[in-house]
Design a protein around this ligand. Structure first.
Ligand code: DAH
Length: 368
């Protein structure tokens, strides 16, 4: 393109440059004049045309264009014809510029309106609802339990899931080699930590941190070395309760657990306590409540007994109080612990407790 045909006169070369431009410009001609027609040209197509047009401009008006080269030929033109040649070149150049500018303007406007059209939204269209999440059934149940105990004047304690031997066992009156350790085998790290096997650990933390008197519940995850099956999972949820003050008796324990269960399952719920054994309470008792489904007459949920076993409880062992520096002569207390997932499993009649941990939305969505 930069080479100028030496056989042509300077005037002929200007004309050749103009012709060459016109030939190439033909495909952009539809963007000029009053009949400018862009039809259904979309944004991408219009942008491509814009780029094509910009290249065309460089090729025909740039420093290395045939027109620019022909300008340099003015020296070869006879002196008296130089003015005319200058005008010829100028006129040719102006012609190119006019054509280009027209097409550029039309395309620019088209690109702008195509952009606006694309970005505009139809406010009359119905909106798209975002998928809303909801609470997990265990969370729902935990919150109901928390609400009841907060109303009874209890604080909510947040424990830790990784514990030392002291909090999980020793401070709870379970010395090394005590058989209760076997029942609550958990997961240990090599440097002496363990995933807590019970929320009873929070009794110790709470009394160390708050001192006594204290009334608290501690919901949370616990871990045991267990093979998962429909009624077992190596991770599950418990709620621990602790009340220590002057003059606390077993009557307070029975009153509190009974009131909790009546608020949970209805005013005619009956609670019963059976003597039992836990290292950190003396005396100890397990508690059952009358089946919320059959009201005690016997059904599938309560295995025809009329009762549902829920948790363990008892009067805080003097050794536990002493461990955290509380004088058992002055203070006494009760404690209890129950399983949240077990309760959820019964209330929602789940055939398999593992449903609670598999996070299958087809299951979870039923609780929204
Ligand atoms: N920590 C016991 C367990 O996991 C449950 C329990 C029993 C908690 C008696 C208590 C209690 O606070 O007094 O099996």
């Amino acid at each position: 393109m930069t080479d100028v045909d030496q056989d042509l006169t300077p005037e002929q070369q200007v004309e050749a440059a103009r012709k060459a431009f016109e030939q190439e410009f033909e495909r952009f001609a539809r963007f000029t004049g009053s009949s400018a027609n862009l039809g259904a040209l979309n944004l991408e197509e219009a942008l491509a045309e814009q780029r094509g047009l910009a290249e065309l401009r460089t090729r025909h008006l740039g420093k290395k264009s045939p027109l620019a080269s022909s300008k340099k030929l003015i020296g070869r033109v006879e002196p008296e014809k130089r003015a005319a040649f200058g005008q010829l070149v100028q006129a040719a150049e102006q012609g190119l510029v006019n054509s280009l500018e027209q097409a550029e303007l039309v395309l620019k406007n088209h690109v702008e309106s195509a952009r606006t059209a694309r970005e505009s939204i139809d406010v009359t269209l119905p909106g798209r609802l975002p998928r809303l999440g909801h609470r997990h059934p265990i969370t729902l149940l935990r919150e109901r339990i928390e609400d009841i105990f907060v109303a009874l004047g209890y604080a909510i304690e947040d424990g830790r899931e990784i514990e030392t031997d002291f909090y999980n066992f020793a401070a709870l009156n379970i010395p090394a080699n005590h058989p209760a350790r076997g029942e609550q085998d958990t997961f240990y790290t090599t440097d002496g930590f363990a995933l807590r096997s019970q929320t009873s650990t929070v009794q110790i933390h709470a009394m160390q941190r708050r001192g006594v008197p204290v009334r608290m519940i501690a919901p949370g995850r616990v871990f045991r070395r267990d093979t998962p099956d429909p009624t077992h999972n190596p991770m599950f949820y418990q709620v621990e309760g602790l009340c220590v003050d002057r003059g606390i008796t077993m009557a307070h324990l029975k009153g509190t657990v009974g009131e909790f269960l009546r608020r949970m399952f209805g005013p005619d719920t009956v609670t019963r306590f059976r003597p039992s054994y836990f290292p950190f309470t003396e005396p100890s008792a397990e508690f059952d409540f009358s089946c919320f489904k059959c009201k005690g007459s016997g059904c599938r949920i309560c295995k025809n007994s009329g009762w549902i076993e829920l948790g363990g409880s008892g009067m805080v062992h003097p050794n536990v109080l002493r461990t955290v520096g509380v004088d058992p002569q002055e203070f006494s207390g009760f404690a209890f612990g129950l399983g949240i997932d077990r309760m959820a499993g019964l209330m929602y009649e789940l055939d398999d407790i593992r449903l609670l941990f598999e996070n299958d939305t087809r299951f979870l969505e039923q609780f929204s």
